[in-house]
Design a protein around this ligand. Structure first.
Ligand SMILES: [Zn+2]
Length: 312
């Protein structure tokens, strides 16, 4: 299980407050150390407790003899970028509702665009979705296609039905959104029932009320869920509350983020951008300070070396 902590400071209400507080690298390191371990420094390599502090501020494990810093096994590991810039980046990401481009971040924190890109990619790893908390209640499910010449999935559904939809130029994405609640959204290989059903069963609690359109892949959901179908073709959008307005809202939001801020996202990193959008969607009611807290708490001890290496 990833280690999380409750940040031990009064909330920062502005970037200015953040920068004023973390005015030295040592202060940032002290903050990470205190919040990550308190007084009991634990070796990130062997799990040994009570490692000792060296004169240079790094730590040494008495058991496996590893030397390590407070940044070991976090997203800040193996980087020359000052911690303050990382913290600023996280704060700026918290503030920009539609995301922040690497070009803009580079200007804002005075790093190269390449460094800004790496920072953003690493921070996005903190947003990875999991199934630790199932969606329940009223859940709307839907698919969309990103890329190619058009992204309007209703058009493609109407014209081609369930057969022969090419995924050569478009990437299918599958979304599940609670009404007035959380979302889980995944890049998928295809939108066949055999692909979507296990995902729904993984992320949506049994007995929930699922709303979908009439797409064939959703047939049979009523074996495990209450299932209501909306027929887009005959304009039944608001009949008896049978709508997919929540998931449509998410798709609109996601497209604004992708096309408005990032302009282009590669298929390779698509899931990370989806994760970012889902994170923003799920924390809509939080303010910048709260979002920053969550991000910071996730950044310590959650990102494995393998995660980082994948994008390094
Ligand atoms: Zn050790």
């Amino acid at each position: 299980m990833p280690k999380t902590f409750t940040p031990n400071f009064n909330r920062f209400n502005s970037l200015f407050e953040l920068v004023s507080y973390f005015n030295t690298e040592q202060k940032c390191e002290k903050f990470i150390t205190a919040n990550r371990w308190g007084d009991d420094i634990v070796c990130p390599y062997c799990g040994h407790h009570h490692c000792y502090t060296r004169s240079d501020g790094r730590f040494k494990c008495k058991d496996c003899n590893s030397n390590f810093s407070c940044k070991a096994d976090t997203i800040f590991d193996n980087t020359k970028i000052p911690l303050l810039k990382w913290f600023m980046a996280m704060y700026l990401i918290s503030c920009h509702k539609k995301g922040i481009s690497s070009v803009q971040l580079a200007v804002d924190i005075n790093v190269s665009q390449k460094s800004a890109w790496h920072i953003l990619q690493k921070i996005r790893t903190l947003f990875a979705q999991d199934d630790s908390e199932a969606l329940d209640g009223e859940v709307e499910c839907d698919e969309m296609y990103l890329g190619g010449r058009e992204t309007n999935k209703h058009q493609s559904k109407r014209t081609e039905g369930t057969q022969g939809r090419s995924t050569k130029t478009k990437t299918p994405i599958f979304g599940m959104v609670e009404r007035f609640g959380n979302a889980r959204v995944l890049k998928v290989s295809d939108t066949k029932a055999s692909t979507l059903r296990p995902i729904i069963e993984q992320f949506v609690a049994d007995g929930s009320h699922i709303f979908t359109d009439e797409y064939q892949a959703y047939k049979g959901l009523d074996e495990r869920y209450m299932h209501s179908v909306i027929q887009h073709g005959i304009k039944e959008f608001s009949k008896e509350g049978i709508t997919t307005n929540s998931i449509e809202g998410f798709w609109a939001y996601f497209k604004r983020m992708v096309f408005g801020t990032y302009h282009y996202v590669s298929t390779k990193y698509l899931q990370r951008y989806i994760d970012e959008a889902v994170y923003r969607w799920n924390t809509q009611i939080d303010d910048e300070g709260e979002r920053f807290d969550i991000m910071l708490s996730k950044s310590i001890g959650v990102c494995t070396y393998e995660d980082v290496k994948m994008i390094a």
